[in-house]
Design a binder for this molecule. Structure first.
Ligand code: ADP
Ligand code: MG
Length: 712
């Protein structure tokens, strides 16, 4: 490890970044490529040939032998198919080749990736095409290096089979709408508006020896059984505590790998729960941030494995212990470097800020259900609303300062007629004040933190592409609505400034219900949601129904982000994944009950049974009272009673699992899983966990919570 040299000297060394491109490509091609990247366009065949050659030479010099198009199928993870550079010439000479065509277009057999019904197997072909805005990189694996080319994945009929394509489309959509609005506001000369994301990633690390003995962790990533340890996180002594050395070594190795990949890892610390940690990089343009977050998860998994740890990325690995999220910090800004969510020092900056802020409020208010849908998953259902994470209700937190400003504007106390009045709002103070304040309200799912919004309800294992795609799209729509409103007022004879200010005021009034400054974990929030009519979609099937709403579909179609068919396919895939996920969990639980828990308890019951018999035989001789005999009998009876309930519940579970297949609609299956199967699994768990605390530790084969969470 290059421990003595500064990180900046090797940052990005494993990526074909600007520096590498400049060094490897002829000047004209380098410039042409930069221009296409900047304009978000496709690259042409001629440039591709030259770029491919330069990229191959660079990759081979570092020792790469293979390349892969690295893409994001709709499973929420990443996929790759490796090809060697090696080819054999007609005369039999081996030679390394990598053409422009191979760079911009690859052809994986798409049949084993989910298409949600968009593709029948006989035409199971899709192609992957390089996304030149995301740099190619070299990934370590086995003993070699592979050149990975970030790509989109598209069917031969042009439908997006991945999560990257819709995100890129949403970035275009929001850019167009934002530029349109900025022009009306008088800010011209902007050719691209970008969205940025910074993903704070939470995770658990536990010793691999425990992990390998827990079928539930191996198969499902979360424990399906396990009694709470005597010491949980009550003492709160872990958060920001000193990082154990073994974990620190893991973090340092991860960071080293990330730096080589050009990923700006910035902060690391302990999280609330024992063995829970967080890593956060510096924010980047949304599609890069999403790619990088996927790589962060992948690199962590590999390094953890090498270090004898198991990395747990699922949202709720341990019941009763804090779960993990992925705080998605999001902002929007111009290609000239202005953050549009950062109130500035001038009246124009402040007005632009207020308009964009109102756009966020409008978008989140109108599309709260779509945002909720974007983060719905089997794992996240266990976390949201568990008094440790934002609830299923989406509200926005702005902070006291901004609340006061918006209230003042709404009530007409300030009418923003003059520059002085705009400056008097004191908006330039907001980022500073807000940061302090929001740190004290961690309960909000969507909080303004000075110059960005933090979407905290995203689950730790999810790809950030979908939530960012939704944020961009709802923002595009809201920006257009504001522009339309301003233009209509101007057409009706208002001067521009009054039209803008009136629109801001109307926006503030119309979106008041989405603002919630209080505690989002409280009963009051649930009540407020009901009174205000805010969507409260408790589980994944409920949240996914949002994708059936005609007006939601119309929004995605209007902004060119998803076609009707692409929406339908995503809905199918997510429903299927939900049902399959719970089905796997239920089957794993059956296995654990039948092969571990019931046998362990039965054996122990045998021990107690014979010990009781022996005692009975000796009772008279040793003069044991009837009461004492009864106590021991009760102990045995209690154990036997719980074991019998567990056996009965296991039989019920068997029936319930068999029933899934007999339900004919996917929504029917999903609802059955949420409403019948999961509650039954919890009931089973309650009995098993009770038994865990009654049985001799040496008879209990599963590693316990105490061991997994407190032993190092
Ligand atoms: P905290 O949320 O703990 O106060 P920070 O505000 O420093 O921490 O940032 C958390 C994450 O938000 C980091 O990944 C950071 O890079 C990212 N971030 C900071 N500014 C922006 C921005 N303008 N847009 C998007 N993400 C941002
Ligand atoms: Mg944060």
């Amino acid at each position: 490890m290059e421990s003595k040299v500064p990180v900046s000297s090797y940052f990005g060394a494993m990526t074909f970044d600007q520096k590498a491109m400049r060094a490897r490509l002829p000047k004209d091609e380098f410039k042409a490529l930069q221009d296409t990247i900047r304009a978000g366009k496709k690259i042409t065949g001629e440039i591709a040939g030259v770029v491919a050659h330069g990229m191959k030479e660079w990759a081979m010099e570092q020792g790469a032998t293979h390349y892969t198009h690295w893409f994001q199928p709709m499973t929420g993870s990443t996929a790759e198919k490796h090809d060697a550079f090696l080819s054999i010439d007609r005369d039999g000479t081996p030679i390394e080749r990598f053409s422009g065509e191979q760079l911009i277009q690859g052809e994986p057999d798409a049949s084993s990736f989910p298409s949600g019904g968009m593709r029948t197997t006989f035409e199971a072909r899709g192609y992957t095409a390089w996304d030149p805005s995301s740099p190619a990189f070299l990934m370590k694996g086995g003993t070699g290096l592979t050149l990975c080319i970030p790509t989109v994945f598209i069917s031969y009929h042009g439908e997006a089979l991945d999560s990257k394509t819709p995100l890129l489309r949403s970035m275009d959509a929001v850019s167009n709408s934002a530029i349109r609005l900025l022009n009306v506001l008088g800010t011209t000369g902007i050719s691209r508006v970008k969205t940025f994301a910074g993903c704070e990633q939470e995770y658990f690390l536990i010793d691999k020896k425990f992990y390998s003995e827990r079928p539930d962790l191996i198969m499902c990533g979360r424990t399906l059984l396990g009694a709470l340890p005597p010491k949980g996180q009550q003492l709160e002594d872990h958060y920001f505590g000193s990082i154990p050395d073994r974990v620190l070594e893991f973090m340092q190795d991860v960071e080293h790998e990330l730096y080589l990949l050009g990923i700006p890892a910035k902060t690391r610390h302990n999280e609330v729960a024992p063995h829970q940690f967080e890593i956060a990089p510096i924010f980047e343009e949304a599609n890069i941030a999403v790619d990088h977050n996927l790589l962060v998860m992948e690199v962590m998994r590999k390094v953890a494995d090498k270090k004898g740890f198991a990395l747990l990325l699922t949202e709720k690995p341990f019941a009763g212990i804090n779960g993990s999220g992925k705080h998605n910090n999001w902002s929007i800004g111009t290609d000239t470097g202005i953050n549009l969510l950062d109130p500035g020092d001038t009246p124009t900056e402040n007005i632009n800020f207020l308009v964009f802020l109102v756009a966020v409020l409008k978008g989140v208010y109108k599309r709260a259900d779509v945002l909720r849908m974007s983060i719905a998953s089997t794992g996240n259902d266990h976390r949201l609303g568990a008094n440790e994470a934002p609830p299923a209700v989406v509200t926005v937190f702005l902070g006291e300062q901004l609340e006061t400003v918006l209230d003042a504007i709404e009530s007409g106390k300030v009418d923003l007629k003059t520059e002085k009045q705009v400056l008097n709002l004191g908006l330039s103070q907001v980022p500073l004040l807000n940061k302090d304040y929001t740190d004290r309200n961690r309960t909000s799912p969507f909080a303004f933190t000075g110059n960005k919004f933090e979407f905290r309800a995203v689950g730790s294992s999810q790809a950030a592409s979908v939530p960012n795609m939704v944020l961009n799209t709802l923002m595009a729509e809201a920006l257009d609505e504001l522009t339309d409103a301003i233009e209509a007022k101007i057409a009706a004879g208002k001067d521009r400034d009054s039209a803008v200010l009136e629109t801001i005021r109307e926006g503030i009034t119309a979106t008041k219900d989405i603002r919630y400054p209080g505690d989002n974990y409280s009963e009051a929030l649930q009540q407020a949601a009901k009174e205000r009519g805010l969507p409260n979609l408790k589980n994944t099937p409920q949240a996914l129904r949002t994708l059936e709403k005609p007006d939601v579909r119309a929004m995605f179609v209007k902004y060119g982000v998803l076609t009707e068919q692409e929406i339908e396919s995503r809905l199918n895939i997510r429903l299927e994944r939900y049902v399959k996920g719970i089905d796997i969990e239920a089957r794993t639980l059956q296995l654990m009950l039948k092969t571990l828990v019931i046998p362990d308890v039965s054996e122990y019951q045998g021990d107690i049974g014979s010990s009781f018999n022996n005692l009975l035989a000796a009772a008279e001789a040793i003069g044991l009272s009837d009461g004492a005999v009864a106590s021991q009998a009760n102990h045995l009876k209690n154990l036997a009673g719980n074991l019998s309930s567990l056996i009965d519940l296991t039989a019920e579970l068997d029936e319930c699992v068999e029933k899934i297949e007999t339900i004919d609609s996917e929504f029917g299956k999903a609802d059955f899983c949420a409403d019948e199967l999961l509650p039954l699994m919890n009931a089973v768990r309650a009995v098993a966990d009770r038994l865990e605390l009654m049985v001799d530790r040496s008879r209990w084969q599963l590693p316990t919570y105490s061991e997994m969470l407190f032993e190092h």
